[in-house]
Write a protein that binds this ligand. Structure first.
Ligand code: CTP
Length: 417
């Protein structure tokens, strides 16, 4: 039988081998499953290792943690464990399980099952394959539902007709995998998906859970085709019943994001998904955005970003003015969340605004005063609002390049005093 694990990254292969050996030692069967198997067949990189075992997860995870020098986290109530390795590799271990859903969109009831049950509970055939990692079957593909054929033909196919009813978040997953791999949702699956949307099954899922899956869409390399497909399927009502996405705007923002990501000053940012979200919800009213943020339980700074959209058009207007002082730009931008600054940068093609934001981001936001409150105390000032105002004043002078050295800062402080 073919060994599919021969050509994968060496460091990764070593880890898989060690897990296999330890499973052999503990007389357990272990398999890699899900997305990683799909990506091995597609020859795509993926370092999220999902392992199912027929045996005791905790016992295996404890000895693996020692062997791989990993940090183990146990989730007793789910019978799962996560190992975090030094090189950012993450391994999830779980016992083979069978799932059933009491009602559409509910979290599944989980029981111990067989490998077949474990594969059958999954979303699509392409994600329902396993590979053995014990010595006797190392790298052997276990493909009970024709996942490999579906990969070959580029098909996204559910394993059974209740798949979207059980878990409506799979609507978003179907679109995401279809667009990521340039596959197509197979005909019968597509009709089940459309029926699920028509029957508003997404209302059965908690908005937070649904949003987690939506966020993954925004984290894809090119979210726009995903959004276009979702719009075509009428799948946006979960944001707001009357929501109409402006794809032209999102696409324009995307084009600029692509250019920004190539610039060294923005390269390491990881808030891009939030910039897409801002572009998507920008046409909702302030109240609607607030309601949406609450509904999906956005984190505090994410909700703040949504609220700060209110200020964007005024700032853009100001940016059109000729020769704004650097300190004036700083005053406008410094209290904004990063994602809002990036959104401002990405929503316009206007050169001057780009320059203003780039200079703020790469230089001015990092400027610090050389003097502190202690220096001001020495010239007789007391702590308090006045001191704060004076430090700000000196800071703005420094940003505007009127002063540079500590001596100049002190001199200005004395003058202002
Ligand atoms: N899964 C599922 N139904 C879901 C979510 C996940 O059946 N609603 C299963 C699939 O088998 C999937 C696996 O759990 O492959 C892991 O899920 P996840 O990490 O979300 O997806 P990946 O397939 O690994 O995709 P990605 O490459 O986007 O991480």
């Amino acid at each position: 039988m073919k060994n599919y694990l021969v050509n994968i990254d060496k460091r990764f292969l070593d880890v898989i081998k060690k897990i296999g050996q330890e499973s052999d030692r503990q007389k357990m069967s272990a398999y890699i499953v899900g997305g990683i198997v799909r990506d091995i067949l597609l020859k795509k990189k993926n370092y999220d290792l999902d392992i199912v075992i027929e045996g005791n997860v905790k016992k295996l995870a404890q000895s693996l943690a020692k062997k791989l020098k990993a940090k183990a986290i146990f989730y007793e109530q789910f019978g799962t464990a996560t190992l975090n390795l030094e090189n950012k590799l993450r391994i999830d271990l779980v016992t083979v399980r069978k799932e059933s859903y009491a009602r559409s969109g509910a979290l599944p009831n989980v029981k111990l099952g067989t490998l077949r049950d474990d594969l059958f509970r999954r979303d699509f055939t392409i994600n329902a394959m396993a590979m053995g990692i014990n010595h006797s079957n190392f790298g052997h593909l276990i493909d009970l539902f024709n996942g490999k054929e579906d990969i070959r033909h580029g098909k996204i196919r559910v394993l059974h007709d209740k798949s979207f009813i059980d878990d409506p978040t799979r609507i978003l997953r179907a679109v995401r995998f279809e667009q990521r791999f340039q596959f197509h949702i197979e005909r019968h699956t597509l009709s089940l998906l459309k029926k699920a949307i028509k029957n508003k099954l997404t209302d059965n899922v908690t908005p937070t859970r649904y949003f987690v899956e939506f966020k993954k869409m925004l984290c894809e390399k090119s979210p726009v085709p995903n959004l276009r497909r979702l719009k075509g399927l009428g799948g946006f009502y979960f944001l707001h019943p009357q929501f109409k996405i402006n794809l032209r705007h999102v696409n324009a923002v995307h084009q600029n994001i692509q250019k920004m990501r190539r610039k060294s000053m923005y390269k390491d940012q990881n808030q891009w998904w939030m910039v897409y979200l801002l572009a998507i919800v920008t046409h909702l009213s302030g109240d609607q955005r607030k309601g949406f943020g609450k509904k999906v339980h956005l984190r505090r700074e994410e909700a703040k970003s949504l609220a700060q959209l209110e200020d964007c058009s005024e700032i853009m207007k100001q940016f059109l003015r000729k020769s704004l002082k650097r300190s004036e730009i700083l005053k406008m931008l410094h209290s904004l969340e990063e994602s809002v600054i990036f959104y401002l940068r990405a929503k316009t093609n206007q050169q001057q605004s780009h320059q203003y934001i780039d200079r703020y981001w790469s230089v001015d936001k990092n400027v610090q005063l050389s003097i502190s409150g202690e220096d001001l105390k020495q010239i007789g000032l007391h702590e308090g609002k006045k001191m704060g105002r004076m430090l700000n004043e000196i800071y703005y002078h420094k940003i505007d390049k009127h002063i540079q050295t500590k001596q100049e800062e002190l001199k200005l402080a004395k003058q202002l005093y």
